[in-house]
Design a protein around this ligand. Structure first.
Ligand code: NAG
Ligand code: NAG
Ligand code: NAG
Ligand code: NAG
Ligand code: NAG
Length: 424
């Protein structure tokens, strides 16, 4: 085994020997045209693993020779048609028009650098070209975050580290296309940088995130990191009071959120779980951490009125919501068989009672009219007599007229409310 130093020295020595042996006699050389470069060595960018070919075009070469060198290590790679280096990925070829091709197979990142094309004239002639080796991005497993389970309210830091050449940039987005919400209220479809900090993480942050590394060299790569946010159940009820009548079918509804998944059930009075039966039909609709709990009660009987509880439990806690189902008279019976109902019905909410509420509603409407009327009068009294002049006198007259009209119409029950509004 040679050390690289010895190898270089050996190569240089070989080149020197080669130069000497290739030296034309002085008498011949004076007759020949001197060699020259036809064009510069063009720079080259190659993706790692591919083949790089650097070209050096020379005019009037004979009887001189072309060598390729790697500048930074000062290694002679090829001389004429011979490969000098022990690197078996290096090759050389030349085409008829005296273009000398340096081939580097299976390019590595270490191959990046300056390459020199040299002609063994005295003094020697040379030119250089730069080989750029690009590397598509690669996400490093070890420093990059894996799936995470955190408690709601905690701070999360997702990390993604990628290598590649040029240096890759990292973008974060949610796989489901939702925006990423920050505590300061900003919402973004994506964010850049190797670290994604989410302070005070919320349940709606839960989901898979993608870290995407790009550097312009295909293919871009991504890693999927699942963020799981756990929290104790919460329960929300839209209708806590449900008036229903005998024989009716009602459905109670309860919305719960929990993660890990909760156990959800309904109870009544005794606290025992209401099982599925002909009368009670519980139903659970799950959508991620959101659960809709329904309880259908098929044919209400007097014993079915009362307080129902929907209960949601997980490892972090439990939560219940209550719904009160109370009895009201059957409105259809009231409308259609008023007389008969009155004689038969002995519930506290009898039809007379029902009628009473109706009366209240009527009188409320009357009240609102009265209030409007008073406001009109107030407006009138606001015009002080001192500041009164012609115009306000006319206004006063119009007001007086309208108020009379209002009072008259009140009596005849034909008052159109929109006129009132126009006055005030
Ligand atoms: C090659 O790139 C270098 C800089 O990296 C530049 O100075 C030189 O002019 C380039 N050569 C050609 C032929 O484009
Ligand atoms: C999360 O970070 C914020 C601000 O950086 C800090 O005020 C808060 O105490 C942190 N919360 C926890 C649970 O570490
Ligand atoms: C909100 O916070 C995020 C990350 O902490 C930051 O990138 C963004 O610029 C902030 N937005 C505003 C409006 O302050
Ligand atoms: C993310 O949070 C860590 C602390 O948890 C902090 O050191 C870092 O500077 C933050 N990075 C960004 C980009 O906000
Ligand atoms: C009371 O007003 C409401 C709307 O404001 C109306 O629907 C209802 O019919 C009114 N009732 C009576 C008794 O006028």
């Amino acid at each position: 085994m040679y050390s690289s130093m010895e190898e270089t020295r050996g190569n240089v020595l070989f080149f020197v020997v080669a130069i000497i042996s290739a030296m034309p006699s002085s008498s011949v050389s004076s007759l020949l045209e001197y060699p020259s470069f036809r064009s510069p060595v063009s720079n080259l960018t190659v993706a790692v693993g591919r083949e790089a070919v650097l070209n050096c075009a020379v005019d009037n070469l004979s009887p001189y020779k072309v060598a390729w060198l790697k500048v930074d290590t000062q290694t002679i790679l090829t001389i004429h048609n011979h490969v000098i280096t022990k690197n078996n990925r290096i090759g050389v070829s030349n085409s008829e028009r005296n273009i000398w091709h340096l081939h580097i197979k299976d390019v590595r990142e270490s191959d990046q650098g300056w390459y020199m094309c040299q002609i063994n004239t005295d003094p020697m002639k040379s030119q250089v070209g730069y080989l750029t080796v690009v590397v598509p991005p690669d996400i490093l497993d070890y420093p990059t975050s894996t799936d995470m389970v955190v408690d709601e309210g905690s701070n999360v830091s997702l990390q993604c580290v990628a290598k590649g050449s040029p240096e890759p940039s990292i973008m974060w987005k949610r796989e489901d296309g939702e925006k990423i919400r920050f505590q300061n209220g900003s919402e973004v479809p994506s964010t850049t940088g190797p670290i994604l900090n989410i302070t005070n993480v919320k349940r709606d942050h839960m989901g898979p995130y993608l870290c995407i590394a790009t550097n312009g060299i295909p293919p871009s790569v991504s890693k999927r990191i699942k963020l799981v946010v756990q929290f104790a159940p919460s329960v929300y009820i839209q209708y806590q009071l449900i008036g229903a009548y005998d024989d009716q079918q009602v459905t109670l509804e309860c919305f719960s959120q929990a993660f890990p998944k909760s156990i959800n059930y309904w109870t009544k009075d005794t606290g025992e779980i209401i099982p599925h039966s002909n009368k009670f039909v519980p139903e659970i609709i799950e959508e991620g951490y959101k659960v809709t709990m329904k309880l259908r009660i098929n044919i209400l009987e007097p014993k079915d009125y009362g307080v129902y509880k929907c209960i949601s439990k997980n490892s972090l806690g439990d939560m219940e919501g209550t719904i009160n189902v109370y009895r009201i008279p059957n409105p259809n019976q009231y409308l259609h068989t008023n007389k008969k109902q009155q004689s038969e019905d002995n519930t506290p909410f009898d039809s007379n009672n029902y009628k009473y509420f109706d009366d209240v509603r009527k009188s409320r409407n009357d009240t609102s009219k009265r209030i409007s009327l008073e406001e009109t009068i107030d407006l009138q009294s606001y015009h002080s007599p001192n500041s009164a002049h012609h115009v306000s006198d006319i206004n006063g007259f119009i007001h007086l007229f309208l108020i009379s009209l209002v009072i008259i119409m009140q009596f005849t029950h034909q008052f159109p409310t929109h006129i009132l509004m126009n006055i005030s």
